[in-house]
Design a protein around this ligand. Structure first.
Ligand SMILES: Nc1ncnc2c1ncn2[C@@H]1O[C@H](COP(=O)(O)OP(=O)(O)OP(=O)(O)O)[C@@H](O)[C@H]1O
Ligand SMILES: [Mg+2]
Length: 642
C-alpha cells in the first residue's frame, strides 16, 4: 500500500503515459513534429522497424515508406490529410531498417496546443503481415473451394437461404436439374419436388428435420426443368453461425435413377436364376421318380393284360381287372406329364400344320369347353408347317382349353390364333422362323402369386383331387423340348393369354416324317427269336411274358455285355429289344456294337426318356415305356417288316 502511494506520487500524468507507451510492443507508437521528423520512439516501433531510438530520433518519417510511395509524395500527403481532416488512416507496405517490407496499418492523428496550433503528429503503426497472409490464404482456399464445387458435375451442390430459396448453384445442379444459375437463384427449392410431395409439405419438413436433427437424408422422386422425373438421393445440412442461428442450408442431390435401374435388373436376374435352379431341381427329381414309376407301371400293365387273357370268362373278375388296367393307365398318363415337364419325354416331332391340327380338334374343344364358352379361331393364311409332336401338341392345347374353361365358370370366349414371325435373335430362342400359336381367354385371370408360380409342377389353385398342377408345367416343358418358347400373360380380372412358339420345319422335309400307320400284328405273323435286354429284372420278366404271349421265343439278358455274349453265341436271333437306360452300357451303346458286328439284326430301343444324345440312333425304332402289348406288337411289326 505504502509502496503504491509512493509509486503514484513519484509519477506525473505525463510520466504515466510514457510508461504505458513504453510497455506496448504490438504497436509502433511515436511522435512526429509538424515537419514529419521523428521525435519519440517506443519498443513496438523498435520491434517492427528495427531502428534503435537513438538512430531514428531526428530522422524524417518518410524513410519508412517505399521508394515508389516516396516518389508519389505519399508521406507529405498523409500529414496534410491528418492536419486537414483530423485523422489519416491507411494500409500499405512499409520498410524496415534492413530493407525488408511489411504490411502496415497506419493511423496518424494531428496534435494541437490549446490555441489550436499544430505542434506535431501521433503515429500508430501495426504490422498486419500475418493477418494479411492469413486473409490471403483464406481467400485463396475459398476460391479453390468455390471452383471445386462449381466444377463437380455428378452431384448437385447448392445452398439455400433459411427459408429455402436457392442462393448458389453448381455445374452438377445445372446438369442434373436442367436450370442454369441465373434462372434458379432466388427461387424456392420446392419446385424440384413433385406436386404430391409439395402438397404434403415435404420441402418444408425436410428443412425442419435438417435444422432440428443436424441432417436430413432421403431418396425420392424429383423433377427436372423439362418436367421429367428422376430418383434422387438428397442430403440437407444446416449451416449455422457461431451463435447457432441458421444461416442457410447446404443441399447435395445425386441422380440415382441409373443405380436403381441396375439394382432392379440385378434383383430380377437373381430371381430368374433362382427360379430356373428350382425348376431344374424339381425337374431332376420328378424325372427320376417318373422314370421309376414308368417301369413299375409297365410291369403292372403288362401283367394285367396277360392276366386278362388267361382269366376264365367271368364278367365280375373282368371288371376288376379292367378297373386295375384303367387305374394303371391313368398313372401312366400322369408319369407322361411328369416326364414332359422334366423335358424327358420321347417326342416324335413331325412337320405339321398347326391350323389343321387345331381345326381337327374342334369337336374335342367344344366338348371340353362346354356350351357356355365361345371358341373363335384365327389363323394367318399360308402358315408354314412347324416341327412338333402332334399328340403332345394336341394334349397341350387341350390342357390350355381346360384351364380356360376352369377360369370361366360362367362362360366366356376363347380365341385360338396363329401367326408366323421371323425371330432375329433372342436370349431364349434361336434365330429363325416361328409360328406363334396363342390361346386367349377372358376368364378370371391370375393374381401375381399364381402367375409367378403357375409353371411350377404341382402348383394348383383348384384344390386337392381337382387339379394336378401339371398342366402348364407339361406344356411349358414340351415347348422347351421342342425348341420353342412359352409365354404366359395374365392379370387378375383381365383374362389369360398363352403363346406357344414353335420352330418352322425345314423346307427340305428333313424332319417331315409322317408317322407310319401301325399294322396290327397280334402275334400271328410268325414266331420270332427275340433277345430282350433290361437291367430291371421285373421289367425284363414282364416284357418277356408279353412277347411269349405274342407267340415269340424269348432270350433274356440283364446287361449290354451279357446281351452281346448271347448274340455272339446264338446266330439265329431275329430281333433285339433293349432298354436304353442301363448302367455301364446303354441301349444305344449296345446297338452300336451290334450294328458293327451284325448290321442286319433289327434293334428296338425301349425308353421312357428322351435322353438320347441329339442325332444318335436316328434310325432305331423306339418304344416308349410303359408300353402295352399292342404297342409292342406294332413296333415289332414295323421293325421286322411284316
Ligand atoms: N387360363 C387360366 N386362367 C386363370 N388361371 C389359370 C389359367 N390357367 C392356369 N391358371 C392357374 O394356374 C394354375 C396352374 O395351372 P395348371 O394347368 O398347371 O394346373 P391345374 O389346371 O391347376 O391342374 P391340371 O392342369 O392338372 O388340371 C391353376 O391352378 C390356375 O390357378
Ligand atoms: Mg390345368
Amino acid at each position: 500500500m505504502q509502496r503504491n502511494q509512493r509509486f503514484d506520487a513519484s509519477l506525473s500524468n505525463d510520466g504515466r503515459y510514457r510508461m504505458l507507451i513504453e510497455a506496448i510492443t504490438d504497436y509502433a507508437i511515436y511522435l512526429l513534429d509538424p515537419d514529419g521528423i521523428v521525435s519519440s520512439w517506443n519498443p513496438g516501433a523498435r520491434r517492427f522497424k528495427g531502428y534503435e531510438e537513438a538512430e531514428i530520433l531526428g530522422q524524417h518519417f518518410s524513410r519508412f515508406y517505399t521508394k515508389a510511395d516516396r516518389a508519389a509524395g505519399l508521406p507529405q500527403k498523409a500529414l496534410e490529410i491528418a492536419a486537414r481532416e483530423g485523422k489519416f488512416e491507411s494500409e500499405g507496405f512499409r520498410c524496415r531498417k534492413d530493407g525488408s517490407q511489411f504490411w502496415a496499418y497506419v493511423v496518424i492523428d494531428p496534435i494541437r496546443d490549446a490555441s489550436g496550433k499544430l505542434v506535431g503528429y501521433a503515429k500508430i503503426t501495426r504490422d498486419l503481415t500475418e493477418r494479411r497472409l492469413a486473409e490471403e490464404s483464406l481467400r485463396r482456399s475459398e476460391e479453390q473451394f468455390r471452383l471445386l464445387i462449381q466444377g463437380v458435375t455428378d452431384y448437385a451442390i447448392y445452398m439455400l437461404t433459411p427459408d429455402g430459396r436457392v442462393s448458389s448453384w453448381n455445374a452438377g445442379a445445372e446438369r442434373i436439374k436442367g436450370y442454369c444459375a441465373e434462372e434458379i437463384i432466388g427461387e424456392h427449392f420446392s419446385r424440384f419436388y413433385t406436386e404430391q410431395d409439395r402438397r404434403a409439405g415435404a420441402p418444408q419438413a425436410a428443412l425442419e428435420t435438417a435444422a432440428r436433427e443436424g441432417r436430413f437424408e432421403k431418396e425420392g422422386w424429383r423433377i427436372r426443368k423439362d418436367g421429367s422425373q428422376f430418383v434422387a438421393n438428397v442430403v440437407i445440412d444446416p449451416i449455422r453461425a457461431p451463435d447457432g442461428t441458421i444461416l442457410g442450408f447446404a443441399k447435395i442431390t445425386r441422380d440415382i435413377t441409373e443405380r436403381r435401374k441396375s439394382e432392379r435388373a440385378l434383383q430380377e436376374a437373381r430371381e430368374a436364376l433362382f427360379q430356373s435352379q428350382k425348376m431344374d431341381a424339381i425337374g431332376q427329381l420328378t424325372g427320376g421318380v417318373a422314370h421309376d414309376f414308368n417301369n413299375l407301371l409297365m410291369v403292372i400293365l403288362g401283367s394285367l393284360e396277360l392276366l386278362r387273357k388267361r382269366l376264365p370268362a367271368d364278367p365280375k373278375m373282368m371288371r376288376l381287372v379292367d378297373n386295375a388296367i384303367h387305374g394303371a393307365q391313368r398313372g401312366a398318363g400322369l408319369t407322361q406329364r411328369m416326364l414332359a415337364f422334366a423335358r424327358r419325354q420321347e417326342l416324335k416331332p413331325v412337320a405339321l400344320d398347326v391350323a389343321d391340327l387345331v381345326r381337327g380338334m374342334t369337336d374335342l374343344l367344344h366338348s371340353s369347353l362346354g356350351a357356355t364358352a365361345q371358341i373363335t379361331m384365327d389363323f394367318s393364311s399360308g402358315l408354314n408347317k412347324v416341327l412338333a409332336d402332334p399328340n403332345q401338341l394336341e394334349l397341350a392345347i387341350l390342357n390350355l382349353a381346360v384351364n380356360a374353361r376352369d377360369a370361366m365358370p360362367k362362360g366366356g370366349s376363347v380365341s385360338i390364333a396363329a401367326r408366323e414371325e421371323n425371330v432375329v435373335a433372342a436370349p431364349d430362342l434361336k434365330a429363325g422362323r416361328y409360328v406363334c400359336l396363342s390361346v386367349t381367354d377372358d376368364g378370371c385371370g391370375m393374381d401375381e402369386t399364381t402367375h409367378r408360380r403357375a409353371l411350377e409342377p404341382f402348383f394348383t389353385t383348384k384344390g386337392v383331387g381337382k387339379g394336378t398342377g401339371l398342366g402348364l408345367s407339361m406344356v411349358h416343358g414340351m415347348i422347351q423340348q421342342s425348341g420353342g418358347r412359352f409365354v404366359l400373360e395374365s392379370k387378375k380380372g383381365e383374362g389369360t393369354r398363352v403363346e406357344l412358339w414353335l420352330p418352322v420345319a425345314a423346307a427340305d422335309g428333313d424332319h417331315a416324317r409322317e408317322p407310319a400307320d401301325a399294322k396290327p400284328l397280334n402275334g400271328r405273323e410268325g414266331p420270332l427269336r427275340i433277345l430282350a435286354v433290361d437291367d430291371d429284372a421285373l421289367v425284363l420278366l414282364n416284357t418277356a411274358a408279353m412277347l411269349e404271349d405274342l407267340g415269340h421265343t424269348v432270350l433274356e439278358a440283364t446287361s449290354g455285355m451279357s446281351a452281346l455274349e448271347i448274340i455272339r453265341r446264338e446266330d439265329n436271333i431275329d430281333l433285339v429289344i433293349t432298354d436304353q437306360a442301363m448302367p455301364y452300357m446303354t441301349g444305344s451303346d449296345l446297338a452300336a456294337v451290334i450294328r458293327a458286328e451284325k448290321p442286319d439284326l433289327p434293334i428296338i430301343l425301349a425308353t421312357g426318356f428322351a435322353e438320347l444324345p441329339p442325332g444318335a440312333d436316328e434310325g432305331l425304332p423306339k418304344l416308349s415305356k410303359p408300353f402295352r402289348q399292342q404297342q409292342l406288337a406294332d413296333t415289332i411289326a414295323k421293325t421286322v417288316g411284316f
